[in-house]
Write a protein that binds this ligand. Structure first.
Ligand SMILES: Nc1ncnc2c1ncn2[C@@H]1O[C@H](COP(=O)(O)OP(=O)(O)O)[C@@H](O)[C@H]1O
Ligand SMILES: [Mg+2]
Length: 261
């Protein structure tokens, strides 16, 4: 495994970082580290929040098991599962983006659009499916920093087994590793060695981010927030976001309703 950060990969960031995405294969520690990072940043006075951009694959996996099937692919078919995942993740990211449009939060995201491109590649999706996904996800801005948690597939495998609520084949974890590396976005990722203890990985993430974090983000000024709204509404991106918000809300509600399953 390479060192924790390859400085050459870092684009100089002039303005304060407002979005950080943690990406990587299952078991790389995204959820653990994104929560930890958001908590640590919040403790240091930054308005950091954890946001999850899930694609629903795990939920469908649980549904599949309950219905006597192996996983989501087995239940829906590989291509349909990829389509469903692409749509659900798109909605999840939309919800994240809508929330941050009205706040000054520093968003720490557990997965982002690139995870969908990697998933499409790792699950053997058609190139045309990735092209369509890229078109749809173009709506979403690139995070200021995307951290790729690079983990040995064997380590990820053991972590997933220890986690105990799902299962991944080694071959798939290797394919997913290769998929992330093959992405055109790979060169812009900050690669952090995600092997080792939770504390070690958290330390590497903080080191990697240190140069990019603001000292403090000013609290929103209510007056300027009010003035910003009409201008925001003329922004087509925001209108599209607003139109999708109802859908996103329904999805969110759906997730809550089926969480107990
Ligand atoms: N550095 C680490 N060392 C050991 N176990 C870890 C580490 N990071 C996470 N874990 C554990 O491994 C499992 C997978 O981590 P998780 O954060 O869920 O990964 P991901 O969200 O990338 O799939 C969880 O049970 C978590 O508690
Ligand atoms: Mg996770």
């Amino acid at each position: 495994m390479t060192g924790m950060v390859l400085p050459a990969q870092l684009k100089p960031v002039r303005r304060a970082v407002r979005t950080v995405a943690l990406v990587g294969i299952d078991g790389s520690g995204k959820t653990t580290q994104a929560h930890r990072l958001a908590d640590d940043l919040a403790a240091s006075g930054l308005p950091a929040v954890y946001r999850r951009n899930a694609g629903g694959r795990r939920w469908f996996g649980r549904l599949a098991t309950a219905m006597g099937r192996r996983d989501g692919d087995d239940l829906l078919g590989r291509r349909a599962m990829l389509l469903v995942e692409s749509v659900l993740r798109w909605l999840a990211i939309l919800r994240t983006m809508l929330r941050r449009t009205v706040t000054r939060e520093l968003t720490v995201m557990d997965r982002y659009a690139v995870c969908q491109y990697a998933s499409l590649r790792a699950h053997g999706g058609e190139r045309s499916a990735e092209r369509r996904a890229r078109l749809a996800y173009r709506l979403f801005p690139e995070p200021d920093v995307t951290i790729l948690l690079a983990v040995d597939p064997g380590v990820a495998y053991d972590r997933i087994e220890a986690r105990g609520y799902d299962h991944e084949e080694m071959a798939f974890l290797r394919a997913a590793t290769a998929a992330y590396r093959s992405l055109p976005e790979y060169r812009s990722f900050v690669v952090v060695d995600a092997n080792g203890s939770t504390d070690q990985v958290a330390g590497r993430i903080r080191d990697a981010l240190a140069a990019h974090l603001p000292k403090r983000v000013p609290a929103p000024n209510p007056a300027t927030t009010r003035r910003r709204l009409p201008a925001l509404l003329s922004n087509t991106r925001l209108v599209v976001l607003a139109l999708g918000s109802l859908l996103a809300g329904v999805t969110a509600l759906g997730y809550q309703l089926v969480e107990a399953l």
